[in-house]
Write a protein that binds this ligand. Sequence first.
Ligand SMILES: Cc1ncc(COP(=O)(O)O)c(C=O)c1O
Length: 380
Amino acid sequence: MIYLDNAATTWPKPEGVYQAVANFMREIGANPGRGGHRASVRGGKIIADTRKKIARLFNLKNSNRAIFTFNATHSINLALKGLLEPGDHVITTALEHNSTLRPLFKLLQKGVRVTVIPCSPQGFIDPALIKRKLLPSTRLICLNHASNVLGTLTPVQEVGRIARENDVIFMVDAAQTAGIYPIDVEEMNIDLLAFPGHKSLLGPQGTGGLCVGERVRLDSIFEGGTGSVSESFAQPDRLPDKLESGTPNTPGIAGLGAGLDFILQEGMEKIRAHEQELTSYLLQGLEEFKEIKIYGPKNTEKQAPLVAFNVKDKDSTDISYMLDKFYDIATRSGLHCAPLVHKALGTREQGAVRASIGYFNTRGDIDGLLHALASIVKEF
Ligand SMILES: Cc1ncc(COP(=O)(O)O)c(C=O)c1O
């Protein structure tokens, strides 16, 4: 199989990730932080070590403020629902994924006000427009770091500055960038950083996280056992316990730790350079087809390693299906859970085919896709 669906979840993973998951399952297995026995302590140490690696990667000063979740959607829900109250105003953008839009829609029904900043058809966001929409009640600006449909990178640094100058909380959804692009929560003034563990951080599915800055106090959205302050019925106030109830995904977190080790050893720049090189090779190849329409910036300096396109007016699902069935190539079709982007593109009916690149892809994989598309295009 040629796997080009890395924006959904990366595959394959580095060998060390498989080993770390299997080692935990086979050799340790215990519930971490819930008992004083050695296996439980070893599990707890794996979690604490992975937390430190996350803090190091994103320059978060206190690793206890790195919360483990089960995916980016979980992180975003923790942040939005833990922060916002009726009467609060939020600014977000048309680039967002449903993992942001749907919780915001729910909060809207409970009295939170939401302003959605439009994006250009290439996915660009104007920070000046965000600034103009600030209100005295604006509590939060939330923005993704790169569109999962167009790849377009957003002006996080600039928006972070606007948020800080206006004493507004700034949340970034780094689902498409964490592990590929440097993210420094201090320098970028990011108060809440939501990320999946299973995409470019190369961990297993069922992992994700939320970095919670010192300026933010989140309420818990679910409560339960934390292995701490067990005599109290009230949820402990300290982090990470307040936001991490119940048994964690320790095998997944062990694997995530190994994914982070791989990134730190390999170097994010090398990873990014390889993925950008393949993205640019793919863009050049696609440009050769007059039957193919490419969306997004078409410039690897301005986009994450993914490319959305359509073949004539054909339904994107049919093209993706053909790529899979006849050529064993995994891509994604449809709206990619980002309906407002497709509204801006005028592709709400057709959707788009998305090829997303990972570190383990090769030029041969891109050639495979281009050859398959050459045959498909001839059929229509
Ligand atoms: C921009 C963006 N945000 C959020 C998510 C949700 O991530 P998860 O599947 O880890 O919940 C995705 C998933 O593709 C995404 O691309």
